[in-house]
Design a protein around this ligand. Sequence first.
Ligand code: AMP
Length: 508
Amino acid sequence: MNLLKAIDEICIKYNERICEIYRDSKLTYGNLKKYSDALSKYIILKYGKDKSPIVIYGHKEHEMLISFLACSKSGHAYIPIDTTFPKDRINDIIESSSPKLFINIGNINIDKFDGEMLLQQDLKYIFNKFSSSKFDESFYIKENDVYYMLYTSGSTGKPKGVQITYKALKTFIEWFMPYCKTREDESVFLNQVSYSFDVSVISVYIGLLLGKTLYVIDKEMTSNFKDLFKNLNISKIAMWISTPSFAEMCVIDNSFNKLLLPKLEKMFFAGEVLSKKLVSTLYERFDNISIINGYGPTETTVLVTAIEINKNMLHSEEPIPIGYSMNNSKIMLVDDAGMEIKNGEKGEVYIIGDNVSIGYYKNEEMNKKHFFTIESSEGVKFGYKTGDLAYKKDGIFYYCGRKDFQIKLNGFRIELEDIENNLRKLDYVSNDVVLPVKHNEKISYIAALVKLNKSIDEKEFKIAMKIKNDLGKLLPTYMIPRKIKLVDKFPINTNGKIDRKALQEDLK
Ligand code: AMP
C-alpha cells in the first residue's frame, strides 16, 4: 500500500465528502488534498531536498491534518505538539530535534527558535497561492524515512523523540484496518485523542483511508459536559476511539447511552488498563456495539495486540485481555535473563518487527537500553523491550503491569497493578491507582487512591477500613495499602490517561 497515494485517491473519489467536522467548521476531502498539496509545494520550494523534521503545534484545527499530510508529501518527518504541552517541554523538543520549520497553528510565542515560523494566516495565504502550481510526487516520503516523531517522557526529565518510519506506520495500518470497518461506507469516527499521543493515528490515517468523517471533540468540550454532550449528540459517531479514562468520564452521566449515540457500532480503547466494570457498563448502555481493547507502546507504532471483548470475558477469572498479536510482527515474553518463557508464565514483553521504531532521535544511551536488532531471513529487524509484563493463554495476551511498577516493600516483591486489579474486583470500586510512598528515597508504604461507583453513607475512614477488609480476602496482608484515599475523579494527562505523576506529587 502507498499510504499517501491511497489517501490522495480517496480525496479525489470523495471530493465533496466531509472529512472533518470541528464545531461549525467542515473540511472536505477535496480541500484536504488541495491545501496539503499547496503547503507541500511551498515546503519543497523552500527546503528542497533538506529533510529536517517539522514541528506542527496546535490542537485539533483542520490545519493540523493538512500539515501532517503536507509534511509527508514533501518528504519530512513531522513532530506533532499539542497545545497542552508546557513551553519548557516545547523548548526541549526544539533543542533535541533542531527543526527549521515550525508550523504554529496554536499561535504560541517561542523565543528560543530561529527558524521559519508559519502562523494560521501564512497557511491561508499558502493554500491559495500554491494551489494551482504543478505537484512533484517524487518528494513523497519513502519506505525507510521517518514519518512522524513523537516525544514521550523520559526518566531523565528530558523527552525522548520516538522515530516512526513510513514502513512501521504502514505495517500497523495494514494489520489494524480491518478492526475499523463499520457497516456503512459513509460513517463518522471520533477524533478526540491528542495528536501527541499515537492512538490518534487510528482516527487520522485509518479514518482517512476509509473515507470517514472525523468528528472533533476538543479539550474545551471535554472540560465542559454540556458542550461535550451537545457535540456527541449531533456527531453521529459510529466508531469511538479513546483511552478508557475518557469513557470513564463520560459514563458518569447516565445520558451517555444509545439515545445519545444511536449510530455507535464500535468502541475502541487503548493506552491503559480497560476495566471489566467499564466494559459491562458500556454493554448495558449500548446493547448493540462491539468493544475492542488494544495494547502497544509508542515505540512499536500505536498497537501490537487487539481483541474484541465478549461478554464471557467479563465473568472469567482473567483480567480483560489485551488480545492477539498483530500478524506481521512478533511478540516474545522473556524472563529476567532475556530467555523466552513458557506459555502461561509471566514475562516482559519484547516486540520485534517492521512496526518497531528505529530508535529515539539522537539518543544512543537510551537506544542501547531499550532497543536491539536481530538477523532474520528477511534482513535485520528492530526489537523493543517494553518494560511491560504479560502472560499468554490460548494465543491471547493478558497485561499484568509495568516492570517498573514492581516494588520491594519490607522484602516482599509487589506489583502495584496486582493490587489495583484486585481493588477493581470490589463491586463498589469504580477505579483506582496504587502508588508507593517514599521517605528519604526508600519506599515506606503503599497508598491507594480509590474512586467509588456509588456514594456510601459512611465516614471516609470507615469506608477505607471496609476496603482494607474486603481486599484482605483477596490479597496477602503485606499487599494491603496502608493509606486509602477516596477521590471523586482522577487527573488526566495530555494523552488522556490517568496522570500518575500528578497523583504521586499529591501524596508527597
Ligand atoms: P504509550 O507509549 O503512551 O502509548 O504507552 C504505552 C504503555 O501504556 C504500554 O507500554 C502499557 O504499559 C500501557 N498500555 C497501553 N495499552 C494498554 C492496555 N490496553 N492495557 C494496559 N496497559 C496498556
